[in-house]
Design a protein around this ligand. Structure first.
Ligand code: AMP
Ligand code: MG
Length: 333
């Protein structure tokens, strides 16, 4: 394939999608790799470009909620209500699939994940295109997701046709995925829309992992079986900053470290905890940690570092998504 082209024109991106090409585009969560979801040929090319296992379905993106018949056969009331509350935004609903969607996109499931992104460029492109657009995260399979167009180029240059250039993604972690074919709905993947927010609408909602035996969960959300979000460097998770004091200087010189609000703890503690590390970051909030998480992993790889020490944030309502990605990146989930 000729070199991947970087473009700024949403019209050109929409036209390329209509022609069956692969176009990476920004969303508020992470960059996606878009294709026409009705095209088997485009889907085949996409799975190959990404190296994605064929049993891991893709989320279909639409410009607005009214266009659901482009992707779904029917909409359970719960899906309509959740989209009414949280769309456009970082929420995916799993609903019965329309036969028009390629079975490669749904990995032969009878359901399809639908999302309405809020990112202005994504919405304009989807609107102009008028098709359902399947889009997995824009990384090579298994690698950290991409939250900048440069990261997409790093992973996908020569493998896809276009990258629609946008800013750094705002949320930085993938959407919350909710299975609405179940009553009450079940959260398959944690994201910015929290379990608590969904429970305000449907009180019985639980995380799939609390409900199901592991093999049932894999059937419901096949993507959970595969390795995810992993940089080349080894990841070590720690809870307390005092853990860092045990790391010898030689090791620090080839390592990166990130934590939550070191300044709040004490500036002096911060300075000594970070001393000698090749790269370090202290994030002021869970949102800032989530937003820059994947880019931090990628930057450590660019610098050829051997190890990344990451603070495992405490378990709370707002931290579910970030904890999930931290544990998976470290191969612990
Ligand atoms: P990604 O494309 O990397 O954001 O991953 C999409 C996630 O959504 C994966 O974990 C998929 O398993 C999940 N997903 C997409 N479609 C479905 C579906 N029809 N049923 C269950 N999970 C889905
Ligand atoms: Mg992904």
């Amino acid at each position: 394939m000729p070199q991947t082209k970087i473009i700024d024109d949403v019209n050109q991106a929409a036209q390329a999608l209509r022609e069956g090409l692969i176009v990476a585009f920004p969303t508020e969560t992470v960059y996606g790799l878009g294709i026409d979801a009705t095209s088997d040929q485009a889907a085949r090319r996409l799975f190959e470009a990404k190296g994605r296992p064929s049993d891991n379905p893709l989320i279909v993106h639409l410009a607005d909620v009214q266009r659901w018949p482009l992707a779904a056969a029917s909409m359970p009331d719960s899906a309509i209500e959740l989209l009414r509350r949280f769309a456009p935004g970082p929420l995916t609903v799993v609903v019965p699939r329309s036969p028009k969607i390629s079975s490669l996109v749904t990995a032969s499931l009878e359901t399809v994940g639908i999302r309405i992104p809020s990112h202005p460029q994504a919405r304009q492109m989807l609107d102009l295109c008028g098709r359902p657009i399947a889009a997995p995260s824009a990384n090579r399979s298994g690698r950290p997701s991409c939250t900048t167009w440069q990261a997409v180029l790093e992973d996908m240059d020569g493998r896809i046709d276009y990258i629609l250039r946008g800013d750094v993604c705002d949320v930085g972690l993938e959407s919350t995925v909710v299975d609405c074919t179940n009553d009450p709905p079940v959260v398959l993947r944690a994201g910015r829309v929290t379990l608590q927010q969904i429970r305000e609408v449907f009180p019985g909602t639980v995380f799939a992992r609390e409900l199901a035996e592991q093999d049932q969960l894999i059937k419901a959300s096949p993507g959970t079986r595969h390795a995810h979000y992993q940089p080349k460097a080894t990841i070590e998770l720690f809870e307390s900053l005092s853990y860092l004091n045990e790391i010898p200087l030689a090791k620090r010189a080839e390592s990166a470290v990130a934590c939550l609000s070191i300044k709040a703890a004490s500036p002096e503690a911060g300075r000594s905890s970070f001393a000698g590390f090749a790269m370090h970051a202290s994030f002021d909030s869970l949102e800032a940690y989530g937003k820059l998480f994947y880019e931090f992993l990628r930057e450590a790889d660019r610098r050829g570092l051997k190890c990344i020490y990451l603070q495992l944030v405490a378990d709370c309502e707002q931290s579910h998504a970030l904890r999930d990605r931290l544990l998976r990146a470290a191969g612990r989930s």
